[in-house]
Design a protein around this ligand. Structure first.
Ligand code: OOB
Length: 527
């Protein structure tokens, strides 16, 4: 039985995906033991504090699962996990899965506004966070959340209810999960309003990480550098950390993704593969001469559009093959493959990785457009969700009647099946891979006493692709950006969502039917 609030695949699709061999019978929590059985002598995970071998990984996941159970976490409990990258984070995700509990993966920059929402929607039993990270005291935030949501808070040190993660220890529980069950929750990037929860099942997620690992030709000799947040689908399973471990490779976690830290890890551990967002790839490319990068064989770039010019610069500076990676927490992955030509690598965001992916490119009336023409991307398949968690009303518009996800992306499909992403059909802002829903920010801005009306749009930016611009009708002249961003921070808005420009207007431009003309504002932002 799937967790209430989730949308299962219809029975005929379930049968189809099992018959085709896409869906197997394993669960995420059982994988560490299978991995250990392969007998690899090299480390599974290396971070700044520890080197963990495969046998130790299996052992510690089991003990941590036991410790979580002794603490009171049960099968089907949702546990919001809010931690920066570390070996412990990987162990925790696997341990919760082992218990049949569900990690809900918040991103490190998320703050009170997003967390409160995610905790409420998931009815989380626990919130697991770090101590101090980069000058931000997560314990204070945890106490605030404890007060407002009344959940059990757990810190990574022993000042809160739970012992340090590393000290969690108890008899190893049996793996109670079923492959059809929900394994974990990811947060949506490309939607409107507050982040939606995305339930991924064991079998669809294992298929996701294995298909992506196969497409990247990952094997035991590979060393993957987790430069981006592991709590995000891209670095977790596309193929990311889980795909690498499943292929028997080594995961290396640098202290930060900066060239200084990442290049040091690459040289020391002989890293072969990593995944980056375009602005970070560009920073690495500019610093490439300072590093010893000859061990790299494949660098994935995704999360936001990489132009062909950027691809050329990045590829030649890093001296290895590039893989364009277009994906989403909801499922579909379109990634360059080993057979792609140099031209395809530069201009296209790969091809859907599974023969089970059904992709449609349609016009505003859901009619298919011919290859080469821009249309809206719809998708359904063996690892793409059929509904957001506990979002019945939203799901009616986010999916077609026959179960295709409306991705919100505008694409062109080439006759080869490659996808070229050309933009978004909605107003979601993509700031170098971080997704921002304007309506959520507008609601926050309207709470400021000096704001009469607010619209948020993207503005084109050479390095990040887009940045956030706030258009405000103010009650009185003199309202400043600093005042507004300070206000948003005080309301727990994540740092990456803060507007970087404020434009005061007397009134917003309107369309002929009297609605605010967002498109005009978006255009004005680039003048
Ligand atoms: C990845 O996942 P999300 O959930 O943070 O964001 C999904 C959205 C897509 O709908 C698209 O609008 C945009 O991010 N996007 C890209 C892109 N990759 C993602 N836009 C243009 N070019 C690309 N290569 O961002 C994600 C998940 C798994 C793997 C890679 C990225």
């Amino acid at each position: 039985m799937m967790l209430a609030g989730c949308t299962p695949w219809p029975v005929e699709f379930e049968k189809r995906y099992i018959d085709a061999g896409y869906w197997g019978t394993e669960t995420l929590g059982s994988l560490p033991e299978r991995w250990a059985a392969a007998g690899h002598a090299h480390p599974a995970i290396v971070d700044s504090d520890q080197r963990i071998g495969y046998p130790e990984l299996a052992e510690r996941v089991g003990r941590m699962a036991g410790g979580l159970r002794e603490f009171g976490v049960r099968a089907e409990d949702r546990v919001v996990v809010h931690l920066p990258n570390s070996a412990d984070l990987i162990l925790l995700i696997l341990a919760l899965c082992r218990l049949g509990a569900h990690p809900v993966l918040a991103l490190p920059p998320h703050r009170k506004a997003d967390l409160e929402h995610v905790i409420a929607v998931s009815e989380a039993r626990a919130y697991i966070t770090a101590g101090e990270v980069a000058g931000f005291d997560h314990r204070t935030l945890a106490r605030e959340l404890l007060g407002t949501v009344g959940l059990v808070a757990i810190a990574a040190d022993d000042s809160m209810e739970l012992p340090r993660l590393a000290d969690l220890d108890g008899p190893r529980p049996q793996d109670a999960a079923d492959p059809a069950d929900v394994a974990l929750f990811l947060l949506s990037g490309g939607t409107t309003g507050r982040p939606k929860l995305i339930a991924r099942t064991h079998r669809d997620y294992i298929y996701n990480l294995r298909s992506s690992a196969a497409n990247a030709e990952l094997g035991p000799a590979d060393v993957y550098l987790a430069a981006l947040p592991i709590a995000h689908n891209y670095a977790l399973a596309c193929p990311g950390v889980l795909g690498t471990l499943d292929a028997g490779g080594t995961v290396v976690i640098p202290p930060t993704p900066s060239p200084e830290d990442a290049f040091e890890s690459i040289a020391r551990e002989r890293v072969t593969v990593t995944g980056l967002v375009p602005p970070l790839a560009m920073v690495w490319a500019q610093a490439a001469a300072t590093g010893e990068l000859d061990s790299l064989r494949l660098v994935q770039v995704g999360g936001a559009k990489m132009t062909a010019e950027a691809a050329k610069i990045i590829g030649s500076a890093l001296g290895c093959r590039l893989q364009q990676s277009f994906g989403m927490a909801e499922g579909l992955l379109s990634q360059s493959g080993p057979g792609d030509t140099a031209e395809q690598l530069l201009i296209a965001q790969g091809r859907p990785i599974s023969p089970g992916d059904e992709v449609r490119v349609v016009d505003d009336a859901d009619r298919d457009v011919p290859d080469g023409e821009i249309g809206r991307l719809l998708v359904r398949g063996p690892y793409t969700i059929r509904g957001y968690y506990r979002a019945d009303a939203y799901n009616v518009t986010a999916f077609t009647a026959d179960g295709y996800l409306r991705t919100g992306d505008l694409v062109r499909r080439l006759p080869s099946g490659h996808l070229v992403i050309t933009g978004r059909a909605d107003d979601v802002i993509n700031r170098g891979g971080d997704k921002i829903a304007p309506d959520e920010l507008e609601e926050q801005l309207l709470a400021h006493p000096g704001v009469l009306d607010a619209i948020v749009t993207g503005m084109t930016d050479a390095s990040l692709g887009e940045r956030v611009c706030a258009w405000v009708v103010a009650r009185e002249p003199g309202l400043e950006l600093r005042e507004l961003t300070g206000f948003l921070v005080s309301r727990g808005v994540a740092g990456y969502k803060l507007p970087e420009r404020l434009e005061l207007l007397h009134a917003f431009p309107r369309t002929s039917v009297g609605k605010v003309d967002r498109h005009r504002l978006r255009k004005l932002a680039d003048r």
